[in-house]
Design a protein around this ligand. Structure first.
Ligand code: GBH
Length: 487
């Protein structure tokens, strides 16, 4: 704590800012101690020097070329081609055509001035059937992409699984074998790319490819299974991550960093006072018991196992140790979060529902809660002390309109981003270990079950021609990145 105080004091912050910094820094102090080399912001609006600004995408959402160069069929090809599953019957068949237009994408990143690009590898381009012998042409594509990024001075941050699962794997995530197939694939890619890629994320958002695919069914494969099976699928998901961490470490060069990109449920304390802050933190730990809590603690909380009773997952001997494999960094995707208040219940908290009049962006689920970025970073830092933390996604859909001059003036997206990033700056200023931020998304793309009806890009994409045009939000982000300061 004294380290933080000294640094904060030396900066001559105003009394109010200092009060916040001191009060809030206390619980974070030991989280910060291990990262004492991390630079602090030089003033109340700046980010630490070396803060990593980036943009994110995912394979099925941007690549297209679904039948090219031996790519195998995936769950999302099947799902999007099933009538009634995706808005307008949209598919990722062509999407942004990044499989062919990736040099343009690299040019967009370069023009923004960002130093990192988070993309995902399509498992079925590497192993068309999910396992077996690697497909050289698939690997070549990612070689070209990675080489192009490095030539442009942009660090590739690779997600190994962002939901496009090879269809040939029997039973998908219902089958424990899929976790082992994932590890083989993860090891292959890490072995191949780690001479140029330093950051690997195993999986993206456990809740989405397990619960939303197999419990509520809005995402591929669109099933609504009983809880016994859902819990087993969740277990296979976290196991895949753990096996993936081990495989990356076994095959990658020394110095390679491995983590995951999860979207834990995060909460804003209803009031910024000790009891509510503690309640919100408790909620983060309990509500993510089957996912991030299991990964960060290497165990399932009793409260989760008890609540599931006979539906609890079947866990084999070494599973929990694998699931709890120590990580080099933690990445979280942060979009929205409910408020939580302390109460007298056994759990100690109540999650408050969003109000009908609460502001949202274009996606109905996307309630505007900028403070979640601060409280999310703070909760995971205090609970699990990650060595390094990235915001691997943050962004929003907006009802974009192309103006007469061909540009999208998305002042609402700028408002959203500016507010969220302001709260991330507070976290950095207070010494929480946040090292980088990736906007979702570099460009408009296939938004899963919403097809092309909800667009998150800071570049507009004309899906008839493939043309990319920077929106106002891209101009704004360029200025933020250039100054490394809130703008
Ligand atoms: C991320 O998911 C994804 O990683 C990315 O691919 C996606 O394009 C981006 O965000 C924007 O959506 O409860 O069924 O009503 C965001 C996480 C989780 C989004 C749950 C929507 C609610 C849908 N999401 N969700 S539902």
């Amino acid at each position: 704590m004294s380290g933080i105080n000294r640094r904060e004091l030396g900066l001559g912050l105003g009394a109010a800012a200092l009060g916040t910094a001191l009060g809030a820094a206390m619980p974070a102090a030991s989280a910060n101690a291990q990262a004492s080399a991390r630079a602090m912001p030089k003033d109340a609006l700046s980010f630490p020097s070396g803060f990593l600004w980036g943009c994110a995408t995912a394979s099925y959402q941007i690549e297209g070329a679904v039948k090219e160069d031996g790519r195998g069929l995936t769950n999302w090809d099947v799902f999007s081609h099933t009538p009634g599953k995706v808005a307008n019957g949209d598919t990722g068949d062509v999407a942004c055509d990044s499989y062919h237009r990736y040099p343009e994408d690299i040019a967009l990143l370069k023009a923004l001035g960002v130093k990192a690009y988070r993309f995902s590898v399509a498992w079925s381009r590497i192993f068309p059937e999910g396992r077996g012998r690697p497909n050289a042409k698939g690997i070549d594509y990612y070689d070209r992409l990675v080489d192009g990024l490095i030539a442009a001075g942009i660090a590739p941050h690779v997600t190994l699984f962002h939901w496009d699962l090879p269809h040939a794997l029997p039973g998908g995530w219902q089958n424990r074998d899929t976790a082992y197939a994932f590890a083989d694939y993860a090891g292959t890619m890490a072995g191949h790319l780690s001479d140029r890629v330093r950051h690997f994320m195993t999986v993206n958002e456990l809740r989405c490819f397990t619960d939303l695919g197999y419990m509520t069914g809005g995402k591929a494969p669109g099933l609504k299974l009983p809880m016994r099976q859902v819990n087993q699928i969740r277990h296979h998901g976290v196991l895949a991550h753990g096996l993936g961490v081990q495989a990356v470490r076994a095959h990658a060069r020394a110095g390679t960093l491995v983590g995951l990109a999860d979207n834990p449920a995060l909460f804003v304390p209803a009031i910024e006072s000790a009891g509510h802050i503690e309640a919100a933190k408790k909620a983060v730990r309990a509500e993510n018991a089957m996912f991030l809590t299991a990964i960060m603690e290497g165990t399932y909380l009793d409260s989760y196992l008890t609540a599931q009773g006979r539906d609890a997952p079947l866990v084999k001997d070494r599973d929990m140790a694998l699931i709890g494999s120590p990580l080099d960094f933690l990445s979280i995707n942060v979009y929205t979060g409910n408020s939580v208040r302390a109460d007298g219940s056994p759990k100690g908290y109540e999650i408050l529902a969003h109000r009908p009049q609460s502001p949202r962006m274009s996606s109905p689920w996307l309630y505007v809660t900028p403070e979640i970025l601060y409280w999310g970073i703070r909760a995971v830092s205090e609970l699990w002390r990650p060595k390094s933390l990235f915001i691997s996604e943050n962004g929003c859909s907006a009802d974009d309109v192309v103006a007469a001059d061909g540009k999208v003036y998305d002042a609402d997206r700028v408002m959203y981003l500016r507010n969220y990033i302001t709260h991330m700056q507070r976290a950095a200023r207070e010494g929480y270990p946040v090292d980088g931020y990736f906007i979702w998304s570099l460009m408009d793309n296939f938004e899963w079950e919403d097809g092309y009806t909800k667009l998150f890009g800071i570049h507009h994409v004309d899906f008839r021609t493939g043309k990319r045009t920077p929106k106002l939000s891209a101009d704004w982000y360029r200025e933020l990145v250039r100054t490394n300061r809130l703008v």
